[in-house]
Design a protein around this ligand. Structure first.
Ligand code: CP3
Length: 349
């Protein structure tokens, strides 16, 4: 496969002259141009379902920072919303859902309406596939079942995850029905994003790390593997990036079993460790602390340089260890981008 897209070349294991880069939450409140569009609509969901505006905010960071990829502007909670669960994003509070606490709550979900309700998202992807320059990749995404289920069951962001743990540990067969439903919905959603023109896909499993190792196997690794297998049946070559935040050395098993093309490395992980134990299996994406980006300056640049040096002997997509904070000065990101763009791998092979 020949492609001008440096991210895809890297993910396919081809030689690249510098690390490709994009940033989690690159479209968002830290950009004044995003805040302007956001202020023109009533709620965050109205922005997600408006293909024209969603296209515009997706392109904003690509235009400002010349990132190598655009990430579709949407949210992981659109899947539960499209399944029929009530969802609102409240100012200063984040997402609020009408919680599902047990198996009888599943009756309220309507999987048959999923793709129809998500059709504006596929229109956004189609528009972006047309408008992006040929060297830019379009990354589609979804939340992984465990992380999406935490919001569906807790009804909001949580600290201890009491309701989902009581259900998953107390009635694994019943909870497994919710996870299985989410596996199917997520695979369909990702397949349709790829049909509409997404070049690569990312699965966000932000809360994977709140589970003990054996439960990570059941609720993180196996569901991810089943989603990857389903997507690859339809799109055999599409790169898939998995981001199971907080699982530490569990990343080795995740990389081996799920079949993802690359794993996102969270802030806490040592890139030199990942070079040794993960890069022989798959690519790495990450992992500058968003706090270092917020602080900016030479400390940020030195840390970023070290990450690139540590990961230069295998596929590496530069990114953060988690999303950009809304309070970040966009000039810090411009400084970081200038450094990465000028970096040259010295390997001769
Ligand atoms: O630029 C991008 O990365 C693309 C768009 C994107 C958003 N959310 C837009 C968004 C992506 C990839 C996500 C993923 C997402 N959403 C995750 C996984 C990644 C992560 O950050 O851990 C999660 C857990 C969610 C759920 C979610 N969405 C929460 C908890 C919140 C509230 C907290 C917050 O940051 O406000 C959101 C809202 C949200 N999603 C915003 C944006 C730009 C802010 C809302 C606004 O602009 O009004």
């Amino acid at each position: 496969m020949t492609t001008e897209k440096i991210i895809l070349r890297s993910l396919l294991g081809h030689e690249v002259e510098r690390p490709p880069f994009w940033f989690m939450r690159q479209a968002g409140r830290f950009l004044p141009e995003y805040r302007k569009i956001r202020a023109s609509v009533r709620g965050f969901l109205d922005l997600c379902y408006n293909s024209e505006l969603a296209e515009e905010v997706t392109l904003q960071p690509v235009q400002r920072f010349d990132t190598d990829a655009a990430i579709l502007f949407a949210d992981i909670l659109l899947v539960p919303h499209a399944l029929g669960q009530d969802l609102a994003f409240l100012e200063g509070e984040g997402p609020v859902l009408d919680p599902i606490r047990n198996i009888s709550g599943l009756d309220a979900l309507r999987p048959e309406g999923l793709l129809e309700k998500l059709s504006p998202i596929f229109s956004t992807v189609e528009r972006l596939a047309r408008s992006l320059a040929p060297e830019k990749a379009l990354i589609g995404f979804a939340g992984a079942p465990w992380t999406v289920a935490t919001y569906m069951v807790e009804g909001r962001a949580s600290r201890d995850y009491p309701n989902i743990k009581n259900w998953a540990y107390g009635d694994p067969a019943g909870f497994g029905k919710l996870v299985s439903l989410l596996e199917d919905a997520t695979a369909q959603y990702l397949i349709f994003q790829a049909n509409a023109g997404a070049d690569a896909l990312q699965l966000f499993d932000t809360w994977a790390g709140v589970l003990p190792a054996d439960m990570q196997e059941r609720w993180v690794v196996q569901p991810t593997k089943r989603i990857v297998d389903s997507v690859r049946k339809v799109h055999p070559n599409i790169p898939i990036i998995g981001f199971p935040k907080g699982i530490g050395p569990g990343l080795i098993r995740y990389a081996n079993i799920t079949g993802v093309s690359a794993v996102g490395l969270d802030t806490s992980m040592d890139p030199a460790w990942a070079a040794k134990y993960i890069q022989p299996i798959c690519g790495i994406q990450g992992n500058l602390d968003p706090g270092l980006l917020s602080a900016g300056g030479d400390t940020m640049l030195a840390s970023a340089n070290e990450i690139i040096d540590d990961l230069k002997s295998g596929p590496h997509i530069f990114n953060l260890g988690h999303g950009i904070w809304p309070t970040t000065d966009p000039n810090h990101l411009a400084d970081l981008v200038a450094m990465i763009r000028n970096y040259r791998y010295s390997r001769l092979d």
